[in-house]
Write a new protein. Structure first.
Length: 320
């Protein structure tokens, strides 16, 4: 397993900070990249759409300025997440901005990115695609993507249900390229475990919600700090697709998280006016939430991840 040239020698820790709706912003991405991990934003976080170009220029400038001031440190590339489906009316506009800014890494979600890959490859960018099954993985590879993000059980927000032990092994049987593993990744030990299992990089989201830079509401951050894996519920109720959400946020929205109504066929419930809005008031988080015990700067979080990762590597070497 070899990292693509665009990532080789650029990472201080084999991690991508997951793009999180209503949470990720330029300040968080810059803090992640300048600490040596890939930082990512969903393009939809930039509102109105016209602000996306400014966000990307802010990230590029912030990372370049830091690299110039700290020539001995690794500054990782950044990524933008594009939602590829008909419901995303901004997709073509956002893609044009991404191409114009030559965003180094594009993370695509939902539908296969057949029309997107050639446009990103034209300027030398990478395309990584979220998948939750072998079928989705094979389909994404036919699109020509450069890597797969395996979204496994325990991941925050929209999540798969397969164990990473199952999905990584099955995908590795036919794919020797880049694999990024998502699902309850909140520690340096988890990062090393992902690599031992056969992945190249870990995908960490929840641990960055409770950072000083994130756009999450203070009550959201506090709920992350106070919660454990037992406070996570997997349901398709709010968006029509399985997602992991914080039970206290569901309760605050007036529903019993232990007795949720059934989603109607095809996710019709999401069209009802009386549903609590996912992400805005019903908040996503992964099962690794119990590892978060304070709101702190992203650089401090990453510094701790580095220490945990190094300690895990030493322990593994000593066991040999």
């Amino acid at each position: 397993m070899t990292l693509p040239a665009q990532l080789r020698g650029r990472l201080a820790l084999p991690v991508i900070g997951a793009p999180m709706f209503i949470v990720s912003n330029p300040q968080l991405v810059i803090a992640q990249c300048t600490s040596g991990i890939v930082g990512a934003i969903p393009s939809l976080n930039a509102r109105p759409q016209e602000s996306l170009d400014g966000w990307l220029k802010q990230i590029r400038t912030g990372c370049a300025d830091y690299a110039a001031a700290h020539p001995g440190e690794r500054v990782a590339p950044y990524a933008v997440n594009l939602i590829v489906n008909k419901a995303n009316s901004r997709l073509e506009q956002d893609l044009e901005v991404v191409v114009a800014n030559e965003v180094p890494i594009v993370i695509t979600s939902l539908s296969a990115p057949d029309d997107i890959v050639p446009r990103i490859h034209a300027y030398g960018g990478l395309v990584l695609h979220d998948v939750i099954s072998v079928r989705h993985a094979r389909r994404a590879l036919r699109s020509g993507v450069d890597g797969l993000i395996l979204v496994c059980a325990g991941a925050g927000g929209h999540a798969g249900v397969l164990s990473p032990f199952a999905l990584v092994s099955e995908v590795r049987a036919f794919h020797d390229g880049l694999i990024v593993l998502s699902g309850a990744m909140s520690s340096g030990q988890s990062v090393l475990a992902a690599q031992v299992m056969g992945a190249d990089l870990a995908y960490i989201g929840t641990r960055f919600i409770a950072t000083t830079e994130s756009s999450a509401a203070d009550t959201y951050k506090a709920m992350i700090v106070d919660s454990t894996a037992a406070d996570i519920v997997l349901t398709p109720l709010f968006s029509g697709v399985n997602g992991n959400y914080l039970k206290p946020s569901i309760a605050a929205a007036g529903l019993d998280p232990d007795n949720l109504p059934q989603s109607e066929p095809g996710g019709a419930y999401r069209k009802r006016d009386d549903r609590p809005p996912a992400w805005k008031t019903v908040w996503g988080a992964g099962q690794g939430v119990g590892m978060v015990d304070a709101v702190e700067p992203a650089a401090q979080v990453i510094a701790r991840l580095k220490l945990e990762y190094a300690a895990a590597r030493r322990a593994l070497a000593a066991a040999d």
